[in-house]
Design a binder for this molecule. Structure first.
Ligand SMILES: *Cc1c(COP(=O)(O)O)cnc(C)c1O
Length: 395
C-alpha cells in the first residue's frame, strides 16, 4: 500500500508526481503530510556525534523535515540538482545572483526585469563591485555581442514583468554555455509545469512561491534551484547567509504544490478567454499575452512553453488617469495590489517608461496588468464592462 513514496517516479505523469513528491508517510507515523517542524536546537546523542555534526539536520538554519520535503519535491518538479527555500521570491533572486557573482564581474539583465531585481543590481550588487548592463529582452542570440571578458552571468525572465516580452531562452543559453557564463531565469510566470527550466539549459532558476505555489495570497516564499554545475555554489552561499523560509510558509507551500497543476490550468483557461474578450473591446489598443496568436512573442512561447498562466496586460487607447481611476475604483470584484497568483482576480495600472534604460516603452495609452483568478468569468466580464463604461464616460 502507498505509505511509502513510489519508486522511479519518472515513469508517472506530472500530476501523479506532484501528489507524491517530497513526502513519506512512513516517516510520519502514517500521516499523509510532513508536519510543521519548528526548531532551532537539534540534540546530538554523543559528544562524538556533536563534534562531527553527525545528524540529518545539524541545526534549524540547515533545514528541517518540512523544508526538506518541499526542497526535494521542487527539485523533482524543476529537474534540478538541488533547491533552497528562501523567505520571499525576491530573496530567491538575490541568493541566485550572490551564488554566481563576485566583485569585478559583469552581469547582463533584461530591461523588462521584475523591478526589485533591478533595484538589487543597481544598489547592493553595484556596492559590492558587480557592474550590470541592461539589455533588450528580445536580443536573442545577439546577447553574445554584449559579453565582455568579465561577464559572469546573464539574468533572464520570460515573459518580462508587466510588459510580457518573450525571451529566447535557448538562444541565450547557447551563447552563454560557449563561455561558461551562468544563465539565471526568473520562471515565476510559467512555473516548471509550463517551462522546465533546467532541461532548457537554465543554470539557476528562481520562482516566487508567493505566487502559484501558494495560490492563496497567504504566504511569502522563494525557491532557487540549480543544475549540477551550479548547485554547490548555490548551496554554500545559501547556508553561509541562512536566509531561511518560515516553517508555516513552507508547509503551506507543500499544500499548494498538490493542487498547483489544476489551478494553473484553470488560471490559463480563464486568462486566455479574458484576454480574447479584452482584445475585442473598443477601449483596448492591444493585449500583451504570449499565448495569443497575434502576440509578437507567440512563436517562441509555442516552441518553448507548455502553457500560459493567469497574468497578462493590456494597453488601453489613450485615456486620462482620471478616467482610468474611475474605471478601476468602481470595480466590485477585481482587487488592486502588488503580487498575484492567488485565487482572486487583480488589476493594477502601470507605466514602465520611467525605469527603462535601454528600450523604449512607447504605448500611447495607459496600461493595465491583470491576474485572472478562479471566479466565474461572466461575473468578471460584467465587472469590467461596467468599468469600461465609467472609463469612456470620464474625460
Ligand atoms: C512577485 C515576483 C517576485 C518576488 O516575489 P516576492 O515573494 O513577492 O518577493 C519575483 N519575480 C517575479 C516575476 C514576481 O512577479
Amino acid at each position: 500500500m502507498a505509505n511509502h513514496p513510489p519508486e522511479n517516479r519518472e515513469r508517472f505523469g506530472e500530476r501523479t508526481r506532484l501528489v507524491h513528491a517530497g513526502r513519506d508517510p512512513s516517516d510520519q507515523y502514517g500521516f499523509v503530510n510532513t508536519p510543521i517542524y519548528r526548531g532551532s536546537t537539534v540534540l546530538y546523542p554523543t559528544t562524538d556525534d556533536f563534534l562531527n555534526r553527525r545528524a540529518p539536520f545539524p541545526y534549524g538554519t540547515r533545514g528541517t523535515p518540512t523544508i526538506r520535503s518541499l526542497e526535494t519535491a521542487w527539485s523533482e518538479l524543476a529537474g534540478a540538482a538541488g533547491t533552497v527555500l528562501t523567505a520571499s521570491g525576491l530573496a530567491a533572486i538575490t541568493i541566485g545572483l550572490l551564488a554566481c557573482l563576485k566583485s569585478g564581474d559583469h552581469l547582463l539583465v533584461p530591461d523588462s526585469v521584475y523591478r526589485p531585481t533591478r533595484g538589487f543590481c543597481d544598489g547592493v550588487m553595484r556596492r559590492f563591485g558587480v557592474e550590470t548592463t541592461y539589455y533588450d529582452p528580445l536580443v536573442g542570440a545577439g546577447i553574445a555581442e554584449l559579453f565582455r571578458p568579465n561577464t559572469a552571468a546573464v539574468f533572464t525572465e520570460a515573459p518580462g514583468s508587466l510588459t510580457f516580452e518573450m525571451q529566447d531562452i535557448p538562444a541565450i543559453v547557447a551563447a552563454a554555455k560557449a563561455r561558461d557564463i551562468c544563465v539565471l531565469m526568473d520562471n515565476t510566470w510559467a512555473t516548471p509545469l509550463f517551462f522546465p527550466p533546467h532541461a532548457m539549459g537554465v543554470d539557476i532558476c528562481i520562482e516566487a512561491g508567493t505566487k502559484y505555489l501558494s495560490g492563496g495570497s497567504d504566504l511569502l516564499l522563494g525557491m532557487t534551484s540549480a543544475n549540477e554545475r551550479w548547485w554547490k555554489p548555490l548551496h554554500d552561499t545559501f547556508y553561509a547567509m541562512a536566509i531561511c523560509a518560515g516553517p508555516e510558509d513552507v508547509f503551506l507551500g507543500l499544500r499548494g504544490l498538490r493542487t498547483m497543476a489544476l489551478r494553473l490550468k484553470e488560471h490559463e483557461r480563464q486568462a486566455l478567454d479574458m484576454a480574447r474578450w479584452l482584445a475585442a473591446r473598443p477601449e483596448v489598443e492591444r493585449v500583451l499575452h504570449p499565448a495569443l496568436e497575434t502576440d509578437p512573442g507567440h512563436a517562441i512561447w509555442r516552441r518553448d512553453f507548455k502553457g500560459a498562466s493567469g497574468l497578462f496586460a493590456v494597453v488601453l487607447k489613450p485615456a486620462s488617469m482620471t478616467a482610468v481611476a474611475a474605471m478601476l475604483d468602481g470595480l466590485e470584484l477585481f482587487g488592486m495590489g502588488a503580487s498575484w497568483g492567488g485565487f482572486e482576480s487583480l488589476v493594477t495600472p502601470f507605466d514602465p517608461a520611467p525605469f527603462r534604460t535601454v528600450t523604449r516603452w512607447d504605448a500611447a495609452g495607459p496600461a493595465l496588468r491583470f491576474h485572472i483568478g478562479l471566479e466565474d468569468l461572466d461575473d468578471l466580464k460584467a465587472d469590467l464592462d461596467a468599468g469600461f463604461a465609467r472609463l469612456t464616460a470620464t474625460k
